[in-house]
Design a protein around this ligand. Structure first.
Ligand SMILES: O=C[C@H](O)[C@H](O)COP(=O)(O)O
Ligand SMILES: C=C(OP(=O)(O)O)C(=O)O
Ligand SMILES: [Mn+2]
Length: 461
């Protein structure tokens, strides 16, 4: 029996043929490469490079997500809206991982529930856009579609799609994932380091609250240590990589056949989601991702009909496999209480059990008069609360949270206990796409969700 890490180039011809069926279907949000043969060559090169994740890891994640869908775990998924090549530095990767680990500690402790940790990391390089073009003054150029496609600088050269970026995207994902694996497997994520994850971040109320929690955890660990407990399990953290499966010239060559099962895995990440703009039932993305074994997410915006949702279940999870399908709702704070319960009621009538996750970011965008894309922290919080309310009302499980965040002290979202206002946004706005919660706002949100999940009284303010 081959190892689970083996991927073979060719097996069942029907499986292989199916993986290219998307090419016959309508497709959205792909770049126009100036030289199609150069893009084909880049994809062919990627197809020869090693997988980034292994089938066995992907299967384990599916089991973890199945537990979350049953209310026995909670998914925390976070990271940049658009990762950049320049941002793949040791410090930036470490601080994002630390932020997610801290949030996970707050949630695990507060909710007494396992937390599945997942980064929008190591592949979140391709962006769908509302418009193909961007105009500044009297100059119009192609929109920035993420570092794997073109550059952010507003010049014709930079904005021209460059297929060499596909290969650079692979290598940047590989080095990011390598460091994430080192951090999470090599002792850094050991729960006994719970204090040190807070070091280096500006001191602020959320950090102080975290310190208080970390002290409690420390005390509990010392007690267990004195009792002779074995801490082997605390040394390593399972950390999964995820991104939007958007750019087919990257996802297709990263898809390999697992030699154990003869089935296809998209080895660019453990979890792949389909965006709100590309979830057409008869479109290329849904077809392609219906054929890979990875757990698949689908973003659901406020206009999602019950019929659309049901058809997505049938297409992406025909066997009703636990952990296979995650719906990531991003309705907007003002709409979630009206729109989500209908979908939840309808799912109760099907024999399906998807994992429900809230993305409180993408339905709450606004642009300031000075041109900054931003979100109000209060709206983010309100959507999360609406998500929990909807699930309580219908009797389904609120199984996770998907957020755009960074470990840096950026000023991209309005509000939070630092009271970031419109004038402050300019001081440290670094995102090339959507605004992210900064370190402190991320921790604040984690405390709030922990309370919602039935927090430990000591964790409450
Ligand atoms: O996450 C991404 C954005 O919401 C998406 O790229 C659309 O952004 P845009 O409206 O600025 O194009
Ligand atoms: C583009 C994104 O989201 P959505 O597809 O929900 O708009 C995103 O997650 O960055
Ligand atoms: Mn985004």
């Amino acid at each position: 029996m081959p190892e689970s890490t083996d991927f073979v180039a060719l097996q069942d011809p029907d499986v292989i043929e199916g993986l290219d069926y998307w090419r016959t279907l309508p497709i959205k949000q792909q770049p126009t490469w100036p030289d199609a043969s150069a893009a084909e060559a880049a994809s062919a090169e990627i197809a020869t490079l090693p997988p980034l994740v292994f089938a066995g890891e992907v299967d384990k994640l599916r089991e973890r997500l199945a537990a979350a869908a049953q209310g026995k775990a909670f998914l925390l998924q976070g990271g940049d809206c658009a990762e950049t090549f320049a941002g793949a530095t040791a410090d930036s990767i470490r601080d994002r991982v630390k932020t997610i680990l801290q949030m996970a500690v707050v949630l695990t402790y507060g909710a007494s529930m396992p937390v599945i940790k997942m980064g929008r990391m190591a592949g979140q390089f391709a962006k769908p856009r509302s418009s193909d073009f961007e105009t500044r003054g009297d100059v119009t150029l192609p929109a920035y579609r993420g570092d794997i496609v073109n550059g952010y600088d507003f010049t014709p050269e930079s904005r021209t799609a460059d297929p060499r970026r596909l290969v650079q995207g692979y290598h940047t994902a590989a080095s990011t994932l390598n460091l994430v694996r080192a951090f999470t497997q090599g002792g850094f994520a050991d729960l006994r380091q719970v204090h040190s994850w807070n070091k280096g971040f500006a001191s602020n109320p959320a950090n102080a609250r975290y310190e208080h929690l970390a002290k409690e955890i420390d005390r509990a660990i010392r007690f267990m240590d004195a009792c002779g407990a074995d801490f082997e399990a605390l040394k390593h953290v399972e950390f999964y990589a995820s991104h939007e499966g958007l750019l087919m010239d990257y996802e297709r060559p990263m898809t390999r056949i697992d030699s154990r099962s003869g089935l296809a895995y998209d080895t660019s990440g453990h979890f792949i989601w389909i965006g709100e703009r590309t979830r057409d039932l008869d479109g290329a993305h849904v077809d392609f991702l219906s054929r890979v074994r990875n757990p698949i997410g689908v973003k659901l915006g406020p206009t999602t009909s019950v019929d659309d949702m049901k058809a997505l279940v049938d297409k992406l999870d025909p066997n009703r496999e636990p952990g296979r399908l995650t719906f990531i709702t991003r309705m907007g704070a003002g709409k979630i209480r009206d729109e989500l319960p209908k979908l939840l009621e309808a799912i109760k009538g099907m024999d399906a059990n998807p994992l429900w996750v809230t993305d409180p970011m993408h339905g709450n965008g606004l642009t300031t008069p000075t041109g900054y894309k931003t979100r109000r922290f209060d709206d983010v919080v309100d959507e999360v609360l609406g998500f929990f309310e909807a699930h309580r009302q219908v009797g389904t499980y609120p199984g996770g949270m998907h957020v755009e965040l960074t470990g840096d002290d950026v000023t991209e979202c309005l509000g939070g206990s630092e009271h970031i206002d419109e004038a402050t946004l300019a001081t440290r706005y670094e995102s090339l796409c959507d605004p992210r919660l900064n370190h402190m706002q991320s921790l604040e949100l984690a405390f709030l969700v922990a309370e919602e999940l039935g927090a430990h009284p000591h964790v409450r303010a």
